[in-house]
Ligand binder design. Structure first.
Ligand code: ARG
Ligand code: ZN
Length: 849
């Protein structure tokens, strides 16, 4: 039941134009689909269209009603027998968007009709050649009740509006750019709108609209600003302009993912559009900026040039993530952005890459393609593009991108075509580099240093893991930024090494033994294995901010690991930590990152056998020790940066909040009345959601008494704002307090909770499954609960269920006791009768890999 890349076959027919009419009603929708189709493969007789759960009413071939003996309805196909070289096909069918809880195809989010067709949703709307290498020109007419659905949208430009006399009205949209069906979208609803405009570099006027539930218009300002910034950035950095008269964004509450780049009509999870200081955190604002840009950038990397097949997904996703990361770095702090991107990669992608669900950024097989919108395809894919950028340098990279756009505009292509453009314009041989596309797992880079007679030599050895199926994999080709520092931290030598062999030596002439600063900017997505004691020096002196951060993390990891082996706390780490607190010239946000202890996930990843109880014990003990030792300094940092009245979103104020809240969180390890009082005061006086959430989180974990009051207040104030309620559920689901599982179970009955809305499920169940303390509790109840939810939710929305199943990806590495408990649950899931292929794929791979 797997689909393989090697079995790819070009389409036998193609669709030139597709004219759609949607008649939207309260119980059902009728779709009339008029396609002009051409045969591409002379040997093909039957036309086979993708079709899932569609009620066929009538079919016409070149205006003749097709008799039933001329077509066959198969499981997921409609087969039209014996067709000609070029013909017109009209299909009329019925669908039930109101009952669609999978949120694929046409569905309702509250009272809004909307669509999600990537990757294979369109076949749930009407029979079609639903594959990205079939590109047609679409024209769409929507007809609906005027009062309930005054706003009618689809791709492209609006052609006409019309009124009918039965209280209904309609609109016709035309998109001149040929596109695959996964980029088709429509929206109908009673929506508020915010308008703006953008004039492109060549002087074209573009109208910008963001649609949202009425009453939320004032929360769209930040998204609109981000959109304009993104449009400008793509012109300046990539020379790419927008290509339609208008750009529509619609925010909906029920959405499986973050957002979707439908041509001219992006549909967004409202969490990535709506924000104001009272309801969104600083991180939310950043997220909005980056997702708005991501979807906009897809217009060139994704829509104008799309994927030949879904194995090529990283062609558009890795590249577009790289583009949005650079955009965010340019508009905010480069160094902080890079550290956060690397962190996100390691938290999620490294875990995936070390599990039986590991796959290359270009997978070679899948059961459910929806399972492959992964951190690997997206984030590791972006790292691979970043390496190409590093190898070519800015100028050649831009030349290569120009060539890519030039050569492939309007086509559905492969990652190989992209690499051809890079190689051609970059003048670089990528044969070995390509392994990043078809090998999986994170390579380790072992570092050996030697200094003798004015010669410093660096021996680098790649340890490439085996593939999931046990086969050997080969060494990679990558750029490794490094420097040698003298005892004052000055760079004696700074270079980008090209690493390509399994083991190789690089030598440098230096007078004194230097200190190595390696994998600067995280220039390659590898795990550096190095044993040394220069961490404290690098934390303090390295000119590369990423390596400074990384050294603090590594030192922290080393310290916690030795505590886990029963050793006392390493006072050198404690001293180095103290030095960071004393540094007063650092950017606040950066300093807040340096003050961060390694995450539980980062510690877990280095354990051969994982036991979260030991990890928590050591980490909490270290945190408490730091809080005790540096209490006064942390209080000074807190007080200096606590400016309760300011809600500005500039770098300075974001930084002040970041560092102050980091200090508060560290101090919270003391669990003292003093800290409780500070957190409580912060909660009561805060004017930003950032401050409020941190205070609530601290109280929840250290003061049942005060948290009950604060949470009660919070709930009363925000229970009608579902985006804020997500945060409320998350705090409770992430809580370390006793009884968390019981509370999570009870919260499922809260009126603000709704199992049909993915954001809420992720906030409550998804966050609980990442609450290592309670999810992995040795009584097994955490596992049982999440397994039950996977089974329940699979019946509603398989994509959401398989997302939750991802929490079990660490199964293989768990200790005996936990492993046995997880096994029972995974086996129970697999016994479910009609399990979706989404959940089956993840669970069977985790269990049997
Ligand atoms: N292309 C979208 C984005 O990256 C994601 C769509 C994913 N959809 C899905 N059903 N898995 O912005
Ligand atoms: Zn994307």
């Amino acid at each position: 039941e797997s689909i393989y890349l090697k079995d790819y076959k070009a389409p036998k027919f193609t669709v030139k134009t597709c004219d759609l009419v949607f008649e939207l009603y309260e119980e059902h929708t009728q779709v009339t689909n008029l396609m002009s189709i051409e045969r591409v493969d002379a040997g093909a007789k039957d036309l086979v269209l993708d079709s899932i759960d569609l009620e066929l009413l009538e079919i016409y071939l070149d205006d003749e009603k097709l008799p039933e003996k001329r077509y066959v309805i198969e499981d997921e196909h409609l087969r039209v027998l014996d067709v000609g070289d070029a013909f017109k096909l009209i299909i009329i069918n019925k669908i039930y968007p109101q009952l669609n809880s999978e949120l694929e195809g046409l569905y309702k989010s509250g009272n809004i009709f909307c669509t999600q067709n990537e990757p294979e949703g369109f076949r749930r709307i009407t029979p079609y050649l639903d594959r990205p290498d079939v590109m047609a020109v679409f024209k769409t007419t929507l007809v609906a009740d005027k009062e309930r659905y005054p706003v009618l949208l689809s791709n492209g430009n609006r052609e006409s509006n019309f009124k009918l006399d039965d209280g209904r009205h309609g609109a016709t949209w035309f998109d001149p750019h040929p596109k695959p069906s996964y980029l088709f979208a429509l929206v109908a609803g009673d929506l508020g709108v915010v308008q703006d405009k953008f004039v492109t570099a060549s002087g074209k006027y573009v109208r910008l609209y963001i649609y949202t539930d009425r009453g939320n218009e004032s929360k769209c300002k930040h998204a609109m600003k981000a959109l304009k910034d993104a449009m400008k950035w793509d012109e300046e950095v990539y020379g790419r302009e927008y290509d339609l008269e208008l750009y529509n964004i619609v925010a909906v509450d029920s959405f499986n993912m973050g957002a979707m780049e439908n041509k001219g009509l992006n549909i967004f999870n409202s969490a990535y559009v709506l924000a104001d200081e009272d309801s969104a955190t600083d991180a939310n604002f950043m997220g909005i900026q980056s997702v708005i840009a991501h979807e906009y950038f897809h217009n060139w990397t994704g829509n104008r040039i799309t994927c030949r097949d879904w194995f090529q997904l990283t062609l558009k996703e890795g590249l577009t993530v790289f583009r949005d990361q650079c955009f965010s770095a340019d508009l905010n702090s480069k160094e902080v952005q890079r550290i956060e991107d690397v962190d996100a990669l390691r938290e999620r992608q490294f875990v995936e890459d070390a599990s039986p669900t590991a796959h290359p950024i270009q997978p070679d097989s899948y059961m459910a393609i929806n399972n492959f919108y992964t951190a690997t395809v997206y984030e590791k894919g972006a790292e691979v593009i970043r390496m190409l950028h590093t190898l070519l340098g800015e100028q050649k990279y831009r030349k290569a991108m120009d060539l890519y756009f030039d050569a492939f505009d309007g086509q559905a292509v492969r990652t190989d075509d992209f690499l051809w453009a890079i190689s051609e314009a970059g003048g670089i041989d990528l044969e070995q580099f390509k392994r990043w596309y078809y090998q999986s797992g994170t390579p380790k880079l072992h570092v050996d240093e030697k200094f003798e007679d004015g010669k410093y030599s660096l021996t680098l050895t790649q340890k490439v893991p085996k593939a999931v199926d046990g086969s050997e994999q080969k060494p990679y080709f990558f750029p490794l930024k490094m420097a040698l520092l003298d005892e004052s931290g000055k760079e004696i030598e700074a270079k980008t090494l090209i690493v390509s062999k399994e083991s190789e030596e690089f030598t440098f002439k230096v007078e004194k033994k230097p200190v190595l600063s390696i994998n600067r900017d995280f220039s390659a997505p590898v795990i550096v294995e190095q044993s040394h004691n220069d961490y404290a020096f690098l934390m303090k002196h390295d000119t590369n901010s990423y390596v400074r951060y990384e050294s603090a993390q590594s030192f922290g990891l080393q310290t916690i690991e030795s505590m886990m082996r029963g050793k006392p706390i390493d006072e050198e780490f404690v001293n180095a930590f103290g030095h960071i607190l004393d540094e007063d010239k650092l950017d606040h946000s950066f300093k807040a990152l340096l003050m961060e202890l390694p995450s539980v996930s980062a510690i877990m990843q280095r354990q051969e056998v994982v036991d979260f109880e030991l990890i928590y014990e050591a980490k909490e003990r270290l945190q408490k020790h730091l809080a005790l030792t540096f209490k006064e300094k942390l209080l000074v940092i807190y007080n200096e940066n606590h400016t309760p009245d300011s809600k500005e979103l500039d770098a300075l104020n974001i930084g002040k909040r970041a560092i102050k809240n980091r200090a508060l969180k560290l101090l919270s390890a003391l669990e003292s009345d003093e800290v409780i009082a500070i957190a409580n005061a912060q909660y009561n006086s805060s004017v930003t959601m950032t401050d409020r959430i941190v205070a609530l989180d601290v109280l929840e974990n250290i003061s049942p008494e005060f948290s009950t009051v604060a949470l009660g207040h919070f709930y009363k104030k925000y229970n009608r704002d579902t985006l804020v309620m997500n945060k409320y559920f998350s705090i409770l689901a992430a809580s370390h307090r006793e009884g968390t599982l019981d509370r999570v179970m009870a919260l499922q009955n809260d009126p603000a909770y709704n199992e049909l809305v993915p954001n809420l499920v992720r906030s409550l169940i998804g966050v609980f499954a990442r609450n290592y303390k309670h999810f992995h509790a040795k009584d097994g109840y955490g596992y049982k609960f999440v397994a039950d939810k996977i089974i329940d939710i699979d019946k509603i929305n398989p994509q959401m269920a398989s997302g939750l199943a991802g929490a079990f990806k660490i199964y293989k590495k768990m200790n005996k006791v936990n492993k046995k408990l997880i096994k029972t649950e995974l086996e129970r899931i697999l016994l479910e009768p009609s399990l979706s292929k989404n959940v089956y794929e993840i669970v069977s791979k985790v269990l049997n890999g």
